[in-house]
Design a protein around this ligand. Structure first.
Ligand SMILES: Cc1ncc(COP(=O)(O)O)c(C=O)c1O
Length: 395
C-alpha cells in the first residue's frame, strides 16, 4: 500500500489467501452452481463449503446462513421482511447509534405507518438497557434491531442482555453484527438472536458480499424472488467467487480469534494511543474502553477540527476517518457522538483510527508521529481555544 491504512472499519484489504481461494471461480471454474453437470456441482460444493465456514465463525448451523449482495442488503432484507410480517404492530425498537443501513430503512418504514423508538446510549456509547426493556415491553412492538458493535467507536453493545429482554417480551430481535464479526466472538448459540447481518469486506473478503443468519424455525419473507437460489431466501445467481472468498476469510478470522483473539491488534491500538497521549495534551479517548473491539481507537483532539486533521494526515500519508466513512465531508457532528452527549466541538474534533490484522508496529509508530505533527500544526495555525475556519498549509 502507498500509505498507512488505518481505516479498517470502512473496509479491509482482501487477504492474500482469500484472493488465492477465489481466483479459480473468476477464471476456469466459471460454472453456474445450479447447473446439473459435474463441473457445476463442484462449484456448488465450493459455495456450500463457504456456507459452512461462515456458519462456523458465528456458531450457526449451515442451513441458517444465506448469502447476500452486501451487509446493507442483509439489513434491508430482514427489516422489510419483519415489517411485512408484524400484523397490526407498528413500533420498531432500535438505538440512536445505528448505521444508516438500519436508520434509513426504519425512516422509510415510517412512511408505511411505523413509529421508530430510538433508545439512547450512555457517555461510554453503550445502550441504556432500562429504556430498552421498557420499550420492548410496550404495546404494539413489531420488532427490535440493535447493532452488535458500533462502526465509529467500536463499542460493543450489551447484546446478550438486549436480546434476552426482547425475547422475554416476545419481540423479534435482529442484530447488525457487521462491525463485530471477525473482530470479536459472535456466537448465536450464546446470544440467541433471531436474525444477524454480516459483511465480508469488514474482515478481509472483497466488497459486495454479505450474509444473513436466520435462526432455524424463525420466519423470513424474501426481498428478492426469482430462481430460488439460497433456499428461496435470496434469488439471483450466486456470486461464487466472493462467496468462496468470504468463506475463506471467515475461516482465517475464526483461527485468529481462536489463537490470540486479536490481542496483537489491541496491543498495537493501545500503543498508538499511548504514544499520542504521551506527546499531546488535550486528547480524550471516546467511549468505554473496556468494551471496544480490538482494532478501534476513537480520539478527540481539543481545539482541532477533524476535517482539517484528515486533510493533513492524507498529505502525510495516513488514511483514517472522522466518524464513519459515510459521514466524511458532511458538516454535521456524528449522530453517534451526539447520542453519547458530546458537544459539537468534541464530536467535530474526533478521529476514528481503525487497525487490522495487517497493521504493523512500524506503521503505528509512523502514524502516531504524523497525528502528533498534524495536531500541532493545526493548533499552531488555528490557535488553542480559538477554533475558526480550517486553514491548511501543506509542506
Ligand atoms: C454497522 C454497519 N452496518 C452496515 C454496513 C454496511 O455494510 P456494506 O458496506 O457491506 O453494505 C456497515 C459498513 O460500513 C457498517 O459498519
Amino acid at each position: 500500500m502507498d500509505m498507512i491504512y488505518l481505516d479498517s472499519n470502512a473496509t479491509t484489504k482482501v487477504h492474500p489467501e482469500v484472493v488465492e481461494a477465489m481466483l479459480p471461480y473468476l477464471t476456469d471454474q466459471c460454472y453456474n452452481p445450479s447447473s446439473g453437470y459435474r463441473a457445476g456441482k463442484k462449484v456448488k460444493d465450493a459455495v456450500e463449503l463457504a456456507r459452512e465456514q461462515v456458519a462456523s465463525l458465528i456458531g450457526a448451523d449451515i442451513r441458517e446462513i444465506y448469502f447476500t449482495g452486501c451487509g446493507t442488503e442483509a439489513n434491508n432484507a430482514v427489516l422489510y421482511s419483519l415489517a411485512g410480517m408484524c400484523g397490526e404492530n407498528r413500533k420498531i425498537i432500535t438505538s440512536e447509534i445505528e448505521h444508516s443501513a438500519i436508520l434509513r430503512v426504519c425512516e422509510h418504514l415510517t412512511e408505511r405507518g411505523f413509529e421508530i423508538i430510538k433508545i439512547g446510549v450512555d457517555g461510554g456509547g453503550r445502550l441504556d438497557l432500562d429504556a430498552w426493556e421498557k420499550a420492548v415491553n410496550a404495546d404494539g412492538v413489531a420488532f427490535s434491531t440493535l447493532m452488535w458493535a458500533n462502526n465509529e467507536t467500536g463499542i460493543i453493545q450489551p447484546i446478550a442482555e438486549a436480546c434476552a429482554l426482547a425475547k422475554a417480551a416476545k419481540v423479534p430481535f435482529h442484530t447488525d453484527a457487521i462491525q463485530a464479526v471477525g473482530k470479536t466472538v459472535v456466537d448465536v448459540r450464546e446470544v440467541p438472536v433471531d436474525y444477524l447481518s454480516i459483511s465480508g469486506h469488514k474482515f478481509h473478503a472483497p466488497k459486495g458480499i454479505g450474509a444473513l443468519y436466520v435462526r432455524s424455525g424463525i420466519r423470513f419473507e424474501p426481498m428478492f424472488r426469482g430462481g430460488g437460489q439460497e433456499s428461496g431466501y435470496r434469488s439471483g445467481t450466486e456470486n461464487v467467487a466472493s462467496i468462496v472468498a468470504m468463506g475463506k476469510a471467515a475461516e482465517i478470522m475464526q483461527a485468529k480469534l481462536g489463537s490470540d483473539g486479536h490481542a496483537g491488534v489491541a496491543e498495537l491500538r493501545d500503543y498508538l494511543e499511548t504514544i499520542i497521549k504521551d506527546s499531546l495534551d488535550g486528547v480524550q479517548v471516546n467511549g468505554a474502553v473496556e468494551y471496544r473491539t480490538a482494532n478501534t481507537a476513537h480520539l478527540a483532539f481539543e481545539d482541532c477540527e477533524a476535517s482539517g486533521l484528515l486533510i493533513l494526515l492524507d498529505e502525510y500519508g495516513v488514511a483514517c476517518s472522522a466518524g464513519s466513512a459515510c459521514m466524511t465531508g458532511k458538516q454535521q457532528p456524528s449522530h453517534v457522538q451526539k447520542a453519547m452527549g458530546f458537544s459539537n466541538e468534541r464530536a467535530n474534533s474526533s478521529l476514528r483510527i481503525s487497525l487490522s490484522i495487517f497493521t504493523t508496529r512500524e506503521e503505528v509508530e509512523e502514524a502516531a508521529k504524523m497525528v502528533i505533527k498534524a495536531v500541532n500544526k493545526l493548533r499552531s495555525v488555528q490557535g488553542r481555544g480559538n477554533v475558526g475556519p480550517v486553514v491548511i498549509y501543506t509542506e
